[in-house]
Design a protein around this ligand. Structure first.
Ligand code: SER
Length: 450
């Protein structure tokens, strides 16, 4: 089963249960100045979660393209392992005051086990343990529903785990204490797939579903969006109880393949193959992190350019610039060559191939007419940057790695457009690392000045 079939099966499954398919929003929302990109399926639906009536009814299904690059550095730094990307597709089903926990958990379990044929023995669950500060109770109801669903399959061992606000609370702004007044949020229940890779003790003595060692991968999150934050910091019930479900298509596809590397799915393979071709490097061992970053960033770049974004030094344009420049530096690190911009264009074209059969009602708007624009933008940006890479690397190589600090990294950023991570990557390759705080301090000083 490939990603195309999984996406379609999901939408059909929920349509058969009374949902109406709605298109994905574009990555940049024109009417929401609080955010650079849509980073979750719920963002474009906030007014309806708060109680407005949606023109398509109260049960919706979609696949939302998402981009998580909001943190100054962190989202970018996570890319390179087998499961993190900044761009991804989130399958979503929505109850706007219609069904709640019982239907949601049972349907998702049925979808995973009956439609995707995942072995229930490989599924683990997390639920909310409650929070005294915000007075939100423990989600015993979800835990009981899950226990029963597994028992019906003859599975009685412990596979439902309780976690607190850091893991099992969802709102656009994160923890309850960080939410602004008027924002909706709620406890959630995540499903994890067990790839059975041996536990790595660097991540803790014992492995558990939320362990970061890579054995378990979160493949779906049912948020029970039933609260709203008040101005005094307390929480009230929303006028309706909602479900906001989100499942990363890349990860669901990896689970179906029982292969924990999402870059081995059809959503990335054509990109990896092309990167391999132009760089002359195989997708193995230490090459993998570089190739994964290039694949993720060029995919994100294609969607941004198709959405009308052009490289610049601020807002969405800055992220696009960073995507392209980081790709070029990673390529340099991968194959020790400065490749012509046409090689990047060739890789980027694969993004259109990957998504070419998606019906228009999914709303991705990745039409072949955008190819020309993508190619122009990439060529212009990377031809310019190709020249500065060489100069920047020359500066970098002049100094002993032990003398390179946050201030030096900031100067490289200012003068040659080397993002922090690039200098850090270069240093990591030599067995050193940078102090992020020093760099951030310089960056802030500069921002204040300007
Ligand atoms: N909003 C939740 C998430 O992004 C579920 O869709 O994980």
């Amino acid at each position: 089963m490939n990603s195309m079939e999984i996406r379609q099966k999901y939408v059909d499954f929920f349509k058969q249960r009374g949902h109406v398919q709605v298109p994905s929003s574009q990555l940049v929302l024109n009417n929401d100045p609080t955010t650079l990109f849509v980073s979750s399926g719920m963002q474009p639906l906030v007014p309806y979660l708060l109680g407005d009536s949606h023109p398509s009814g109260n049960k919706l299904v979609n696949s939302q393209i998402c981009l998580r690059a909001q943190g100054f550095l962190d989202d970018f730094m996570e890319v390179g392992d087998n499961r993190h990307t900044t761009f991804f597709e989130m399958l979503g089903n929505w109850s706007l005051g219609s069904y709640f926990k019982q239907e949601q958990l049972a349907w998702f379990f049925e979808f995973l086990t009956a439609e995707l044929n995942l072995n229930p023995q490989k599924l683990y669950i997390s639920v909310f343990s409650g929070d005294t500060d915000s007075k939100i109770p423990k989600d015993i109801e979800s835990a009981e529903i899950w226990k029963k669903l597994f028992e019906d399959k003859g599975i009685t061992d412990v596979r439902v785990f309780y976690y607190g606000v850091k893991k099992n609370w969802w709102s656009k702004s994160g923890l309850p204490k960080d939410m602004p007044s008027g924002e909706p949020g709620g406890p959630d229940s995540e499903v994890f797939y067990d790839f059975e890779t041996p536990h790595d003790k660097r991540f803790g003595e014992e492995c558990h579903p939320n362990c970061d060692c890579g054995r378990f991968l979160e493949i779906g999150n049912s948020v029970f969006m039933q609260y709203v934050k008040n101005a005094d910091g307390t929480f009230s019930n929303l006028p309706q109880k909602n479900v906001d479900f989100g499942g990363g298509l890349e990860r669901l596809t990896a689970a179906v393949l029982n292969n924990s590397d999402i870059f081995n799915t059809d959503l990335y393979k054509p990109l990896i193959s092309k990167i391999s071709k132009v760089s002359g490097k195989e997708y193995i061992k230490e090459n993998k992190p570089y190739m994964r970053v290039i694949a993720d960033h060029l995919k994100g770049a294609v969607f941004l350019i198709s959405n009308g974004v052009i490289p610049s030094n601020k807002m969405q344009g800055y992220v696009l610039r960073k995507y392209l420049r980081r790709s070029a530096v990673k390529m340099q690190l991968l194959c020790s060559k400065t490749l012509p911009s046409s090689d990047y264009t060739e890789i980027a074209e694969q993004v259109f191939e990957i998504y070419k059969d998606i019906p228009d009602n999914f709303g991705f708007n990745l039409h072949s007419e955008a190819k020309q624009k993508v190619s122009e933008v990439i060529s212009e940006e990377l031809t310019k940057f190709g020249k500065t890479i060489k100069k920047g690397l020359k500066e970098f190589n002049k100094v002993s790695p032990k003398d390179i600090d946050g201030k030096f990294a900031f100067n490289l950023f200012q003068t040659y457009g080397f993002p922090f991570e690039i200098t850090n990557d270069l240093l990591n390759n030599k067995g050193f690392s940078l102090n992020k705080e020093e760099f951030t301090k310089e960056f802030q000083k500069h921002q204040e000045k300007s």
